[in-house]
Design a protein around this ligand. Structure first.
Ligand SMILES: Cc1ncc(COP(=O)(O)O)c(C=O)c1O
Length: 397
């Protein structure tokens, strides 16, 4: 049978990067000593009150078709919380619930890009951006963040990448995999360019609740930016709810109308009992306390990993300000990041991700996810120490 050309656009070249992760998960089924630090899925349980609400919702019959954009109370709550950050008028009409930030990214790309457009993405970038953009027929233009400078914005590179075909700038802040946040000055530079060239900005903020240092700024809150910004967020990371698929897009009301039409034929709204649970996640004191305790655990684990890597002169880290990831530069070991990740898996049964999957500028790095408990993390640090001995021995001989 024949398939449409768009099937090519969604194939993505980054699939190879997951090889080690797939090997590690398959080995773990037989060998529990394998430690998987390659995926961004929190190991915490979803807060109990959220689960209870979903179960009650199911039992009380909240299992029918729902409003496509989502229920008013949930949309209003999301709008209210976004407004606090942006200090400007946001209402439920600026919000649509979608199936995770992923689905919101996909739907937003479909509504703003068309064949012939160019979409700039700040790299390193989350791996699915490529397919989402290519599906629309637009061309992805990567703009590398400045890796010599803690992956901060290279504004000159951004400015040079803009052409008369540019339609949008996409980025994630905090970033996956660097864990670095764009600060207000950097966001203002992006905003100035977006306004000057009349561009959309798609700001993916799924890690904005998992912050360790600094203040998270939403570009939508900068002057004259709300009308051209789509903010994406979800409960996946903040509440360990990756499998619930609760996410949303916030943007101009006209865009929300288009997204709603797209959702009508693609998703038909999020299940009612899940929306009830999502409302609990955003409002219930216990659920919020659970989310905060997750953040503190990530912070503790980040610091443990930093301590481990800082002991090894051939490794250097980017200190994440947020998220659940750490990038480690392995180029001084003489191995490529792929070779390093393979050797770490073969010798120590630890699965990590070669970061080239996130863009060329990250190719010297591996990404470590700190989504395992303290005991496993301690074990991982000890194994990394043993693994690194071969490199210090090579230095002495
Ligand atoms: C930067 C970024 N955006 C979006 C997503 C997708 O999140 P969700 O589970 O809300 O679809 C992820 C997941 O890892 C991510 O890292």
């Amino acid at each position: 049978m024949r398939y449409a050309p768009l099937t090519q656009a969604i194939q993505g070249e980054t699939v190879d990067a997951w090889d080690i992760h797939f090997k590690a998960t398959s080995l773990k089924e037989r060998d529990p000593s394998v430690i998987i630090l390659s995926i961004g899925d929190p190991e915490f349980d979803t807060p109990t009150t959220v689960i209870d609400t979903a179960i009650e919702g199911l039992r009380s019959g909240d299992t029918h078709y729902v409003e496509i954009e989502g229920r008013d109370n949930l949309r209003s709550k999301i709008a209210e919380q976004h407004q606090i950050k942006c200090a400007q008028q946001v209402t439920k009409d600026n919000v649509i619930l979608l199936a995770g930030a992923q689905n919101a990214l996909f739907a937003s790309s479909m509504c703003i890009l068309e064949p012939g457009d160019e979409a700039i993405v700040l790299q390193p970038m989350y791996v699915t951006y490529e397919a989402c953009i290519q599906l629309t027929g637009a061309k992805l233009i990567p703009v590398a963040m400045d890796k010599e400078n803690n992956f901060c914005l290279d504004v000159e590179a951004l400015e040079q990448a803009i052409t008369d075909k540019t339609k949008a700038i996409f980025f994630a802040t905090p970033n996956n995999p660097t864990g670095v946040m764009l600060n207000k000055q950097e966001l203002q530079l992006i905003a100035d360019l977006a306004i000057k060239h009349d561009l959309w900005v798609v700001s993916d903020e799924v890690y904005s609740h998992t912050i360790f240092e600094g203040e998270h700024v939403s570009i939508a809150g900068l002057e004259n930016m709300a009308e051209r910004t789509i903010t994406l967020n979800s409960l996946s990371k903040s509440h360990a709810m990756t499998g619930w698929r609760v996410g949303w897009a916030i943007g101009p009301t006209e865009l929300i109308g288009h997204l709603s039409n797209l959702s009508l034929c693609m998703l038909y709204g999020l299940p009612g009992f899940i929306q009830q649970a999502a409302y609990t996640a955003l409002t219930d004191t216990d659920a919020l306390a659970d989310s905060e305790s997750m953040r503190l655990s990530y912070l503790r684990r980040r610091d443990r990993l930093l301590k481990c890597f800082q002991q090894h002169p051939k490794l250097s880290c980017i200190t994440p300000q947020a998220s659940m990831f750490l990038l480690v530069n392995v180029s001084q070991t003489g191995l490529s990041s792929q070779e390093f990740a393979e050797a770490l898996f073969e010798q120590q049964k630890i699965g990590v991700l070669p970061a080239a999957a996130f863009g060329q500028c990250a190719s010297d790095f591996i990404r470590i996810s700190y989504v395992v408990d303290d005991k496993q993390l301690e074990d991982a640090c000890n194994r990394i120490d043993s693994f690194m001995q071969q490199f210090s021995l090579a230095e002495c001989s």
